[in-house]
Design a protein around this ligand. Sequence first.
Ligand code: ZN
Length: 142
Amino acid sequence: MDGIKDIRILFKSPNATEESFELKNARGRLIRVEEGIIAIFDEITTTQTADCVRCGKPLTRKIKFKPGEWLFYDKKPRNYDDANELLRIDINRFQIDLGEPIRQEIEMHINPYPHCKKECKKYPPAEKEGVKALSGLKDLLK
Ligand SMILES: [Zn+2]
């Protein structure tokens, strides 16, 4: 996924300067702030292809959502202890990589257990559990 954006001009602009961007599967705005550059995604679209967890039929689902904001720091902030979430501006090339936040947003929004909309044939494990839970409930209500 190519999400490399050149931010040479934006980076040298005063704080609150805004610039819009459009990628193949995402669009939004970049805003210059004191700490670096904020990427605000207005929309991300992607297609999830996976097999139904019940019957194994291949499914294709289009996903479209409104994601959040991501801050790219120009330098590592002091007292920052969560290295996983730290996004950095490539100061040498004046670039940011929007691919990483997009990947994380998609991971957060895809359904980890996709299944057919209508009930499909092989559906034993979840149903059994449901019955068990219900009979447990009956005991409680007695
Ligand atoms: Zn199915």
